[in-house]
Design a protein around this ligand. Structure first.
Ligand SMILES: [Zn+2]
Length: 381
């Protein structure tokens, strides 16, 4: 897409094989070439461009920059299906799957050499395969936008509490995250080469939304993210019919703020003890690690009152393995967190097969309620 094209103008997209246009009032699903495979065939990235009837800002959404982080893929499928050009002012760009080779291989990185697409932006046309792919995506779809959201999930075998990673010192980013809504924001510039850092530096305020686990669709989180996108569009005058809601944060943790990984000191089997909400008090037992003969039990305690924002999903521990990512909370924040989770129902964000015993009654009542409603498997609406 050309930068500086005035809104309500035709959006032009160039790729090696062809140029395409999306006129005002048009919605197009594109397969955009971002590279080639070993068979000299085009690698094509699915993108939806919705060019509103009326002028307005340009918002990009991207998912699966890490190929196995797919909650965002469902978010974008839903968002791209939801809006028509006559409803929006400006342009909405949905990059459904950015890292196509990683997505096909169900891997985080670009396969073979394990290159991280999210350390390769804005890319270089004479660079590595990751760098060239990043450039093909960035030049056509990111650079020409006014702001954006990049959807991720937690890495290997961890459950991440939904949160934003964003440079809250940037006014555009802070406005964006404020509209999206997030209990927790980890504020900072981000890693070099990451989409959000490079785009923000390039005057395209961008935030990363971390949600749930890899290789999963988690309906409650997806629903929240679809609502968050709607609120972002409303707050930036892209949806004239919709009043933006104010969201507000529970906590913005600045770079260098107090958080830490609690790690296992022993090998064995992990039994979770936290719950029902991901809030722990100083000295509270968060989990117990035992050997197979149950001869030895090692208790892992919370060093301070805080919020568990990352939780091990693999129940086997080794010395040094990260178990929990803990963010310190003040007393006031603890109370606010508790009432927030009572409101939003944290149990639905958790993985049913891996819950602390304090959550068992909640699982049962959730499953019972589902059975009564005739839907044992939770389905997103
Ligand atoms: Zn990621």
């Amino acid at each position: 897409m050309a930068k500086n094209a005035t809104p309500s103008e035709t959006v032009s997209i160039d790729s090696p094989d062809k140029s395409r246009t999306v006129n005002p009032g048009e919605k197009r699903h594109l397969e955009h070439e971002i590279g080639e495979n070993y068979l000299s065939q085009s690698v094509k990235m699915p993108v939806t461009v919705i060019n509103g009837d009326q002028p307005g800002p340009r918002l990009f959404l991207s998912a699966a920059v890490h190929g196995n982080e797919i909650n965002g893929v469902r978010v974008l499928q839903r968002v791209a299906d939801r809006y028509e050009p006559n409803e929006i002012h400006g342009v909405l760009v949905c990059i459904h799957v950015a890292n196509v080779p990683g997505y096909e291989a169900e891997e985080r990185y670009l396969p073979i050499y394990d290159r991280d697409l999210n350390r390769s932006f804005p890319g270089l046309s004479s660079g590595s395969e990751a760098s060239r792919m990043a450039k093909a995506i960035y030049d056509q779809f990111i650079g020409p936008c006014d702001f954006g959201l990049d959807f991720h999930s937690s890495t290997r075998n961890k459950l991440a509490l939904m949160h934003a990673r964003a440079d809250m010192d940037d006014d555009g980013v802070s406005r964006l995250v404020d509209a999206f809504g997030s209990e927790l924001v980890l504020s900072g510039g981000g890693s070099e080469g990451s989409l959000r850092r490079e785009a923000t530096k390039d005057d395209v305020p961008t935030a990363t939304i971390e949600m749930g686990e890899e290789d999963r669709f988690q309906p409650v989180l997806i629903e929240r993210a679809v609502g968050g996108v709607e609120n972002v569009m409303a707050a930036h005058d892209m949806l004239p019919e919709t009043e933006p809601e104010s969201s507000g944060f529970l906590k913005v943790l600045e770079d260098g703020g107090e958080k830490q990984w609690l790690r296992a000191d022993t090998g064995g089997l992990v039994e979770m003890k936290w719950g029902p909400h991901p809030i722990v008090d100083g000295g509270e037992t968060v989990c117990v690690i035992s050997d197979h003969f149950t001869r030895e039990k090692r208790v892992v305690e919370a060093p301070y009152t805080g919020l568990l924002i990352g939780i091990l999903a693999n129940p086997r521990a080794l010395p040094g393995r990260p178990l929990f990512h803990l963010v310190k909370l003040s007393e006031d924040e603890r109370e606010a967190a508790k009432s927030t989770f009572e409101d939003i129902g944290f149990q639905a964000q958790r993985t049913f097969h891996w819950m602390g015993e304090a959550g068992d009654d909640i699982v049962e009542s959730t499953l019972d309620a589902g059975e009564e409603a005739g839907e044992r498997e939770p389905e997103e609406k």
